[in-house]
Design a protein around this ligand. Structure first.
Ligand SMILES: Nc1ncnc2c1ncn2[C@@H]1O[C@H](COP(=O)(O)OP(=O)(O)O)[C@@H](O)[C@H]1O
Ligand SMILES: [Mg+2]
Length: 309
């Protein structure tokens, strides 16, 4: 941890405290002004440029974004594999910037679970589904035969208990991977494009498994994908653009005039603590907005107009 990063972290905390209190930093998972710069052969790539994200305990959140928008960079930091350049990243009381090697190991073993996109990376090929789920429990000395079967049932693959990965479909493998990832009862589960190699119907089954695990075990889940259709699968979806959180969609159930329940979804732009927000690309294009825009404060909204005379 460099002194500079420590100073930047404290500055970010003070700025957050000034702008609306430390409330926004209270969450099971918090990223605030998160920056990750990669240097390769003298060229800097800013993969995350001030990413803000707060996730409540027990929430199931989808993060969507085009390829290269910084989704994996964010998850690698949140799962303790990579360290950010600056900003705040905190999960379950663990400060991901300042924790020492011993605490990092504890974090990765006990606090977080992970599901990767590549099915082969999640399961050991020579073990059955049940043995794969039992393995992390055995390693931590908490082996329980019942728990492995219960978890496989929860994610809907009890019928695969005695099969090896090559005897299961891609969707069954990923659902088993979800069971493996929560075997040690982590507080948070991260999944990086877990349905990236699956067709739509099979992908919906995997999301179903994530929803069940979220509801039954209360584990906080962040699932990353480039597929915008997942917004239909979860209550809250956050969109990342160019290494920042740009917008989010919230779905909720409402009883309509005819008494029937309907799902309403509302899209929001994300406002950071400095008051910055990103206009949707479609809005910018359709009015050919560029360089500067005119803002007018109305009694209950703000107008944005092209800036040229
Ligand atoms: N280890 C690395 N070294 C250099 N650049 C990287 C590295 N990892 C990611 N990047 C760059 O950071 C940006 C974000 O990448 P990534 O987080 O993998 O995006 P996503 O998962 O959304 O596709 C990309 O421009 C990528 O090329
Ligand atoms: Mg990725």
């Amino acid at each position: 941890m460099s002194d500079l990063a420590e100073l930047q972290r404290r500055a970010a905390e003070r700025a957050a405290a000034r702008a609306g209190g430390t409330d926004r930093l209270r969450g099971h998972l918090v990223c605030d002004g998160l920056v990750r710069i990669f240097k390769t052969e003298g060229v800097e790539v800013v993969a995350l440029q001030g990413l803000d994200l707060v996730v409540d305990r027990g929430e199931l959140l989808a993060v969507v974004g085009a390829s290269g928008s910084g989704k994996s960079t964010m998850l690698n930091i949140l799962s303790g594999l990579d360290v950010p350049t600056a900003g705040i990243a905190r999960v379950a009381g663990f400060d991901l910037l300042t924790m020492n090697a011993k605490r990092r190991l504890r974090y990765r073993r006990k606090i977080v679970g992970f599901v990767w996109q590549q099915t082969a990376r999640n399961l050991l090929p020579y073990l059955t589904a049940k043995e794969n789920v039992e393995l992390p429990m055995t390693l931590s000395g908490k082996k329980s035969r019942d728990r492995a079967m219960n978890l496989l049932e929860m994610v809907g693959v009890a019928h695969c208990a005695d099969r090896r990965p090559d005897q299961m479909s891609g969707g069954e493998q990923q659902r088993t991977a979800v069971a493996v990832a929560v075997a040690n009862d982590p507080e948070v589960l991260f999944a990086d494009e877990p349905t990236g190699e699956l067709d739509e119907a099979t992908a919906a089954d995997v999301f179903g498994a994530l929803r069940t695990i979220n509801a039954e075990l209360g584990v906080t889940i962040v699932v990353v994908t480039h597929d915008h259709a997942v917004a239909d699968q979860v209550r809250r979806t956050v969109a990342i653009r160019d290494g920042r959180t740009a917008s989010e969609v919230r779905r909720s159930a409402r009883t309509g005039a005819d008494g029937a329940e309907e799902i309403v979804s509302q899209e929001y732009a994300v406002l950071d603590r400095a008051g910055r927000m990103q206009l949707p690309a479609g809005f910018v294009d359709s009015l050919a907005l560029r360089d500067r825009v005119k803002l007018t404060l109305e009694s209950d909204h703000v107008q944005v107009r092209p800036g040229d005379e």
